[in-house]
Design a protein around this ligand. Structure first.
Ligand code: SAM
Length: 313
């Protein structure tokens, strides 16, 4: 899960690194921001599969599901007979969990070669039939094919890496067969705008609450999971898409909004010192009056049998 824990922000300016795109044939060339993000994700993978990382050994138990998917189970509906794609699947823990819920097929998709390799290794270890495909988010229709899926699953640190939420929604709409659906659970823009480095218990707004105002540059020396190994590429560029921006993008893509629900809990310790882990799912929420802060949201949408994209205002 992603924590926007970093804290030396500067607006995008100079100091941008060019990084190698090992193994990717991008149909839409990566800009410098996504190149920096890719280099950063490549660094994180060996840390996440190592000590204090994503605890992959738990997948040796064939009944084990990731914490993220455990939360989603009641709202996901029956996956039997469905072709599922998990966008920005990282090292495959959620993807393999979806496979374990009985989908007909599950494909994980991510632009990090290291993540895809780690996900394939985990699928082997977990005796999962989930497949993993390398590709950039905005190229997903070219890489995977249009209208191949009944369910697009994504979230928990996915949208914040994407510079264009409307283009994302179009990709989702095009991947889905008519009648197919989107399940998104994501970090709430309210939480992602909070200063997570305060030690006085005050919930203070520090970061942008809109994606359209541009990327925020972060410097994170270590990852949110793992043993504290330093990242060779600590610079990332992220967008905190507001609920309005996400919903508008989904509607403009022609999808029908079926559900939008905000939650007081989040699957990682997002605000150290003021949050505690709550049973039964092991999610985190504010210790004091958790109703003050929306931490995540679930958005579900579906593709009508006849798709009619709405025009931007
Ligand atoms: C926080 S992780 C995904 C969340 C998942 N819930 C997890 O924790 O396993 C974000 C993933 O997005 C991927 N990613 C970031 N930008 C991307 C892009 N433009 N295209 C495809 N994948 C991207 C990264 O490689 C990373 O694996």
């Amino acid at each position: 899960m992603l924590s926007l824990r970093s804290r030396s922000l500067s607006r995008i300016s100079a100091a941008r690194k060019r990084t190698a795109m090992a193994g990717i044939t991008a149909r839409m060339p990566l800009d410098e921001q996504r190149r920096a993000n890719l280099a950063n994700w490549e660094d994180r993978v060996p840390i996440h599969i190592g000590p204090d990382g994503y605890e992959l050994a738990q997948f040796d138990d064939s009944a084990h599901l990731s914490r993220v998917v455990r939360f989603d189970v009641p709202g996901l509906g029956d996956l039997a007979g469905l072709d599922v794609v998990h966008l920005q699947c990282h090292i495959g823990t959620d993807t393999i969990s979806l496979d374990r819920l009985g989908a007909k097929s599950v494909v994980g998709y991510d632009f990090s070669p290291a993540a895809v390799a780690a996900a394939r290794a985990l699928a082997d270890r977990a005796a999962s039939t989930a497949r993993f495909v390398l590709g950039e988010l905005y190229d997903a229709v070219d890489v995977l094919g249009a209208e191949q899926f009944d369910l697009v699953f994504t979230g928990i640190g996915a949208l914040c890496w994407l510079p264009d939420v409307e283009a994302w929604a179009e990709v989702v709409a095009r991947l889905l067969r008519p009648g197919g659906r989107l399940h998104l659970r994501e970090g709430h823009p309210m939480l992602l705008s909070v200063d997570d480095e305060r030690d006085d218990g005050v919930i203070a707004i520090e970061w942008p609450t809109f994606g359209r105002t541009g990327a925020t540059r972060f410097e994170e020396p270590i990852s949110y999971e793992g043993d504290g190994t330093r990242l060779a590429h600590p610079t990332t560029f992220q967008w905190n898409w507001s609920i309005g921006e996400v919903v508008s993008a989904v509607l403009r893509s022609g999808l029908r909004l079926d559900l939008l629900r905000e939650h007081t809990t989040v699957p990682w310790n997002a605000l150290d010192g003021v949050m505690h882990e709550v049973p039964p799912l092991g999610e985190w929420e504010l210790i004091d009056r958790p109703e003050r802060l929306a931490c995540t949201y679930t958005l579900q949408a579906s593709k009508p049998r006849t798709l009619q994209a709405t025009k931007p205002l």
